[in-house]
Design a protein around this ligand. Sequence first.
Ligand code: TDO
Length: 179
Amino acid sequence: MERRLPEFGSTIDGPAVIVPTPHEDERGLFARLFCPNEVADLGIAFQPVQTSVSRNPMRRTLRGMHYQPGEWAEGKLIRAARGSIYDVAVDLRDGSPTYLKWCATILSADNLASFYIPRGFLHGFLTLEPDTDVVYEIDRMFERGHGAGFRWNDPAFSINWPEAPSLIGERDRNYTDFS
Ligand SMILES: Cc1cn([C@H]2C[C@H](O)[C@@H](COP(=O)(O)OP(=O)(O)O[C@H]3O[C@@H](C)C(=O)[C@@H](O)[C@H]3O)O2)c(=O)[nH]c1=O
């Protein structure tokens, strides 16, 4: 398992791409996607308590940008179990030297990579293929009513998306500007 910087956007202390070391043979491969000890050895303090999936039939579906403010903040480990996504994190940590900067990576079923996004970040993604399943490990139990967000194209963040989205949920389309 190795830790890499997300390849797009700014260098931000915290978010990390985790890439497994696969064992390959004539049948295919075996790879450990998450291990608390190995992740801790990479300098990441993350203890997931729930796993969720979002299924996205269409290419260029956008979900985001989401976060939970204050004490409800969530750390997430994200991967594409099917298809691929452009996965984006925005730093909303008070006092951070990279406040409002974004970083992104490509997660795919093929590259087996996971994106670790610490508490205090906005998160969202754009599907790059049809039939994309996004799997989350999250470090807090789900409780309705604590979600918040900002629009994917908010000028305060200037995220460089690889393509224009073609499908966005109503809530996500109508988030107000960050100010
Ligand atoms: C996020 C979440 C939603 N739900 C429910 C609430 C709602 O009825 C339904 C769909 O929820 P949403 O519309 O919020 O799903 P979605 O827009 O896919 O929300 C997700 O977007 C990405 C970008 C993230 O970072 C995730 O943490 C989460 O916020 O699922 C849960 O039961 N558990 C959860 O953890």
